[in-house]
Structure formats: structure tokens, C-alpha cells
Design a binder for this molecule. Sequence first.
Ligand code: SF4
Length: 150
Amino acid sequence: MKILVSACLLGLNTRYDGKNLKNITVIEYLQKNNIVFYPLCAEQLGGLPTPREPSEIENGLSSKDILKGKGKVVSKSGKNVTNNFINGAYLVLDFCKRFGITHAILQDDSPSCGFRKISDGTFTHNKIKGVGILTQLLKDNGIVIIDNLL
Ligand code: SF4
């Protein structure tokens, strides 16, 4: 099994705030099971800088809507970063297809990688049930999200 992993979970400083969310449980799981893994960050691959402003999917919309071209992803100051998010997600998907990656371990609560919850688009730290744009695209293409480690 080959696994895509959100880069920030492995200690890479790819988050919008220039920090990471290194997760020992994930690292030990990968090491103990001798898994081939690939750390990637869809937002960086989409051309966004690090650090960067936080961004959220517009209030009332889902990642499915964004992937269908309905609505926007906006940064806190109101910049439209939709194309960065979509392009980054498709680059990650392309990488997964090329390298035969079948599973993913992702960082929750992210407009790209969230798999249980995302922010509600109001930049008030309010969370709603939902998945990020990368997560939606991976699921739509048959990649299994490993969601029991986090
Ligand atoms: S896009 Fe994903 S990998 Fe990149 S910093 Fe956000 S949660 Fe981590």
C-alpha cells in the first residue's frame, strides 16, 4: 500500500502560519508498517506561499460545489484563491495516479485536507461537518481516506 500524507502531519512547515502539525501516531503507523508514503501539500502545489493568509470555502458551499465551479475559496482579506486550491488538488491527484497511491492520511479541519470538518467560511473559527477540496477530489477518484488515526 502506498499512502499520500498531508505534509504538515509529518512535521513539514507547510501550514498557512508557517508551522506544522507533526503527528507521532501517524509517523509511528507509517514506520511500523513499513509503508511507502508521500508527503505533499496541495496548497503549496497550487502556488500559494508559506506562510500565507488563512482561506476558507465560502459560507454555505461545499467542496463539491467548488469543484463544480460554483462559488469561491477566499483568503481572510478577500482574495480569490479558488484556482490555487483546485489546481493544487488536481496536481496531488495526478501524482497519486502516477505513483499508484491508493490511500491517504490527511489533516482534518483544513479547506484542502479536512476529512470530518472544515471552517464555515466566516473566519470566526466556527467548524461545520464537511471535507476539504483535495479530500473530496481524492474520494471522487477512489482513494481511501484513512480516518482512524487522528
Ligand atoms: S493543505 Fe493540507 S498538507 Fe498543506 S498545510 Fe494544509 S492541511 Fe497541511
